[in-house]
Design a protein. Structure first.
Length: 423
């Protein structure tokens, strides 16, 4: 008889999904859709780092919350800022009436964890990181080339919520819920529609598809944010994918270590490390995000052998300078996150105030390459509108040919010739 998952299983209980994953099927007894908004019991957490400024913020805005509660990721989600008037207590939210209108007309919800709000409070409403999560009237301006699903992901789903664009890897959209809603989110069309966990049953078709397509050797679990799913359900998903023999690596795309570091409990890490080789792509935007809390979360993951990469969206007024990107990339390297991608900001509706010219991205790469460790230099890519995939862009280091020589330019702008005869 199939073992059923216990509904009131504690996060610290031994995982019960292991038996089932041998059968390579999602047990249909676990349909229960988890609603992150519903108040549930706060369990004690083994996360216990609160930096000084964040502690001051807690004492000021959540005096009734204990340290234990603050360090619980569920408490953080349940007490997140989702209302403009509540947020305005923390930072100066301009034109709150307009924003109320905005929330009705566009509906990309407001959601900021108390932890992340504590970083905004320190910096003020015009700070780089506030711009990324606090709604703005500028979101109402829809510009040339913008569309709700710019990467045409919906047309590349062989089954719902599984994007198969490249020959050997697929992207599994595991949930519509995120712990923070970035104003420039490329999947805003999806989180706008769903805003919740799909439940485990929704993954069955994707897992069947991967199992039936042996060319898939790399599965990226994204969303929404997969690390907002509880340990039990997440393990069900990861173990089911791991049980497919031709899947070589599993990646998880997440912003949780940056905006909700409390989620990176020892139990989560202990569970994840059973499914190596596992990679984590962490969405990170600005050096101000690299706090002691984040360093702790990331250290736990790295110590468990999980390979950490970063993804950063290039955003005007946020991180669009060589200095800021350099500081960010070097800070990431120090906490063992290998910079992976800088993305040109995808043209979702109402995002033009975030977009820089492509020349800015090239200037940043040029300002990094040669000046700091090569390990600290990500690829700058445009995810081609219409679904062409990620296209890398490089400054003009290759300058053409002169007879049997190629002409190349170094990081200082000096020209060199390399003998490369045409055969
Ligand atoms: C980004 C992406 C991938 C992964 O691309 P890599 O360059 O291998 O990191 C896979 N599928 C889709 C649909 C993507 O958008």
């Amino acid at each position: 008889m199939k073992k059923e998952l216990k509904e009131n299983q504690n996060d610290s209980d031994p995982p019960s999904a292991i038996e089932e994953h041998k059968e390579e099927t999602i047990p249909l007894t676990t349909v229960a859709e988890e609603k992150p908004f519903v108040k549930s019991e706060i369990k004690t957490s083994d996360f216990n780092i609160i930096s000084k400024e964040t502690e001051d913020f807690r004492a000021r805005f959540f005096p009734q919350a204990s340290e234990k509660q603050w360090n619980s990721w569920r408490w953080q989600i349940q007490n997140s800022y989702t209302q403009f008037n509540k947020l305005s207590e923390v930072i100066d939210v301009k034109n709150i009436d307009d924003l109320a209108f905005l929330s009705k007309s566009r509906k990309l919800p407001l959601r900021i964890t108390p932890y992340y709000a504590s970083l905004l409070d320190k910096q003020g409403s015009d700070s780089p990181i506030a711009k990324t999560v606090v709604p703005s009237k500028l979101e109402l301006i829809v510009s040339e080339g913008e569309e709700s699903d710019p990467l045409h992901e919906d047309s590349m789903c062989p089954v719902p919520n599984l994007v198969h664009r490249y020959p050997d890897r697929t992207l599994l959209l595991s949930t519509g819920f995120c712990s923070v809603y970035c104003r420039y989110c490329t999947r805003s069309h999806m989180v706008l529609k769903d805003k919740k966990h799909f439940g485990t049953k929704a993954w069955s078709d994707s897992i069947d598809y991967i199992r039936n397509n042996p060319e898939v050797r790399d599965v990226i679990i994204s969303g929404g944010d997969p690390l907002t799913i509880n340990d039990k359900h997440l393990e069900l998903l990861v173990s089911s994918i791991r049980a497919i023999p031709h899947v070589e690596i599993i990646r998880i795309g997440t912003k949780v270590p940056i905006v909700l570091p409390q989620r990176i409990t020892k139990n989560l890490v202990k569970m994840l490390k059973k499914y190596h080789p596992l990679y984590l792509s962490i969405h990170v935007t600005h050096p101000d995000e690299i706090t002691p809390e984040v360093a702790e979360a990331v250290t736990r993951l790295a110590d468990a052998g999980i390979v950490l990469g970063s993804q950063t969206v290039l955003l005007k007024g946020v991180n669009d300078s060589v200095e800021v990107m350099k500081e960010l990339m070097l800070k990431l390297l120090k906490i063992r996150i290998r910079p992976y991608y800088i993305y040109q900001c995808d043209p979702i509706p109402g995002s033009s105030h975030f977009r820089t010219p492509v020349s800015k991205g090239l200037e940043i790469i040029q300002g990094l390459r040669g000046f700091i460790s090569g390990y600290a230099i990500p690829h700058y890519v445009i995810d081609a509108p219409g679904g062409g995939g990620k296209i890398p862009l490089l400054p003009e280091y290759y300058q053409g040919r002169e007879g049997d020589y190629v002409l190349i330019k170094n990081f200082e702008g000096k020209q060199y010739k390399y003998y490369d005869p045409i055969l």
